[in-house]
Ligand binder design. Structure first.
Ligand SMILES: *[C@@H]1O[C@H](CO)[C@@H](O)[C@H](O)[C@H]1NC(C)=O
Ligand SMILES: *[C@@H]1O[C@H](CO)[C@@H](O)[C@H](O)[C@H]1NC(C)=O
Length: 306
């Protein structure tokens, strides 16, 4: 059973209630008609949007949990956003999405990008209503399951050479994650999206007896007890490992230093735009008061997540 406040009340309610607003939250993007398309559709990230009304009791209940969701996924290729359907300027946006009650959670997914058949410039992401429990974990699980995967699987150490030499991507440097996991983590999938079309990603699940065989291929002397990330340079044919803690920050910095430029994420132009939207700077509407809570809180995803 999903509890909703009826949409019709929205027009009757007195709007000045600011208590439930996400404006200037470090992890939740307040959408308006001015930024909606660029934020939601102009990305290879998935986006969850809460359509809400500040006066609605079920929205108030969700409010702290939704902020938590934003915080938990802040390192991932997922955007957490909200539309205040009580705001006059947003009413059309909410009726376009056929919002019938509050809160309604919708998830917008990009199509999988392919260099050979890029989608038309103005294509829209597919939207679906989230009908699961309105609790942090189920929402986060749903979102991470919607992150597109661009990380290939390398089955055995002997196949590393084939991956780095593949004809189709011969000009691109390669990134290989050596991990104990059987599937790529949300974090490495996110990094692959940030560097989509710039770098090629793969992972190899390291088995106990494979260390020597991997080191033979990489011409290295690495210990794979913990995850190791390696960049293969196509020009000189060498493998450079990232040593130390594997956080999103350290990985993206390492890849940037290797000469690659991300199109999304914190180190990109798009990342700066999203940061401005969160702080209310990129929005055409300038009337909301500035809040002190707008600064980005750093969150860390650590090694064992990879
Ligand atoms: C997805 O990534 C590709 C490669 O970087 C880019 O060309 C494309 O515009 C991105 N898609 C969207 C909707 O931004
Ligand atoms: C190969 O190139 C990378 C950067 O592209 C550099 O860091 C590395 O030192 C080079 N290795 C050799 C052996 O020249």
């Amino acid at each position: 059973m999903i509890f909703l406040c009826p949409f019709v009340l929205a027009s009757l309610a007195i709007s000045a209630v600011q208590a439930g607003s996400y404006a200037h939250d470090a992890n939740v993007i307040e959408l308006t008609p001015a930024n909606f398309d660029k934020v939601v559709h102009g990305t290879n990230y998935s986006t969850i949007i809460e359509f809400y009304a500040p006066w609605c009791g079920h929205c108030k209940q969700l409010f702290p949990k939704y902020k938590k969701v934003g915080k938990v996924v802040s390192d991932l290729a997922v955007q957490v956003a909200a539309v205040d359907c009580d705001e006059q300027q947003n009413k059309q946006l909410c009726s376009q999405q056929r919002i019938e009650g509050f809160p309604t959670l919708m998830v917008f997914r990009p199509s999988k990008y392919s260099h050979d058949s890029p989608p038309p410039k103005k294509s829209l992401h597919a939207g679906e209503v989230y009908r699961g429990a309105r609790e942090v974990k189920p929402i986060v699980d749903f979102l991470t399951s919607r992150i597109k995967n661009y990380v290939k699987k390398i089955g055995r150490p002997e196949h590393i050479g084939k991956f780095v030499a593949q004809e189709k991507t011969k000009h691109k440097n390669k990134v290989i994650l050596f991990t104990s996991k059987s599937n790529p983590s949300p974090l490495i999938k996110t990094v692959a999206i940030d560097f989509l079309e710039t770098l090629e990603f793969a992972f190899l699940k390291v088995k106990a007896d494979e260390t020597a065989r991997i080191n033979a291929v990489l011409n290295s002397d690495l210990d794979f007890a913990k995850s190791v990330l390696v960049v293969y340079d196509v020009v000189n044919g060498t493998y450079t490992p990232l040593t130390g803690e594997l956080t999103k920050e350290s990985i993206e910095k390492f890849l940037l230093d290797s000469g690659a430029k991300p199109l999304e994420g914190p180190l990109s132009k798009r990342g700066r735009y999203i940061g401005d939207v969160k702080e209310g700077k990129a929005s055409k509407k300038a009337s909301k008061p500035k809040s002190k809570a707008g600064k980005n809180t750093k969150s860390r995803a650590v090694n064992d997540e990879l």
